[in-house]
Design a protein around this ligand. Sequence first.
Ligand SMILES: Cc1cc2nc3c(=O)[nH]c(=O)nc-3n(C[C@H](O)[C@H](O)[C@H](O)COP(=O)(O)OP(=O)(O)OC[C@H]3O[C@@H](n4cnc5c(N)ncnc54)[C@H](O)[C@@H]3O)c2cc1C
Length: 266
Amino acid sequence: MAFTDGRKIGGLYTAEVLRTDRVTPHMVRVTFTGEDLKRLPVRGYDQWFRLFLPRRNGQTDFAAVPERFGMAGYLKYLTAKSGTRPPFRNYTVRELRPDLGELDVDFVAHGDQGIAGPWARRAQAGERVALIDQGRGFDPIDDAGFVLLAGDESALPAIAGILRSLPRSTAGLAIIEIPTADDMQSVEAPCGVEVRWLARTDPHERPGILALEAVHAYSPAQPASLQAYLAGEQRCVAESRRHLVTAGVPKSRIAFTGYWKVGRAG
Ligand SMILES: Cc1cc2nc3c(=O)[nH]c(=O)nc-3n(C[C@H](O)[C@H](O)[C@H](O)COP(=O)(O)OP(=O)(O)OC[C@H]3O[C@@H](n4cnc5c(N)ncnc54)[C@H](O)[C@@H]3O)c2cc1C
């Protein structure tokens, strides 16, 4: 399964906000609940989905949301009357409890700009959302000798999920950049994986640079058997990937995606 496979799979689920918690200074956890969540497949790793939110006027009509987000589904969404389209963003399963019909999602509280981050900070119990399952971006490779995971705080849920799902015998390095040292979370990692937290010291520093520098400083001992996963701010992801490819890591062994781009919405 790869990021592009999301177009082939799908499944529409609705849920409502149960509660919100500020888990660290820059991360808000929204717990969703609903009968539909009992049938959301548990895919582990960095399972992600398209999240459709209430419109600015608070209305939650999800008739414009397709079952699947392939070309036809996206067209259905785009051609719906503009006033009826709920905004959407991409998010990762932080924890799924299908027996209870509950889903935790960690939203970076990145300020007042945008839709999803600000929404999470003020979300109220009972607000309705819809989501489309998109599968996983990380597919474990059987012969991976070493696994490298790197990203900024937006990729923390994905990296935490991958660490939790990886076989316990895995060797590797997880580089997680966070806004401040207080944004560290406890993660369940195989004991052979070093989890390296990099906290920014300057609040105006561009997210992702510390993670990028750490990837640049890393030279794989056996590039041909490395498996890498890079996610977060687009430029940092692209430059990290370039470094690994130059170091001899086959492109097919690097899963990467620019989650967001400085200064650009959506
Ligand atoms: C597969 C996938 C999984 C993802 N999982 C998660 C997740 O679990 N948790 C999570 O928080 N994000 C996650 N993201 C990233 C999230 O989708 C983006 O950050 C999204 O742009 C946030 O939407 P918004 O409406 O808050 O801001 P937007 O409207 O998209 O952007 C508004 C402004 O905020 C800036 N901005 C957006 N995101 C950030 C950020 N993280 N830090 C600083 N500035 C930002 C933009 O540059 C822009 O200037 C994921 C992305 C992908 C592709």
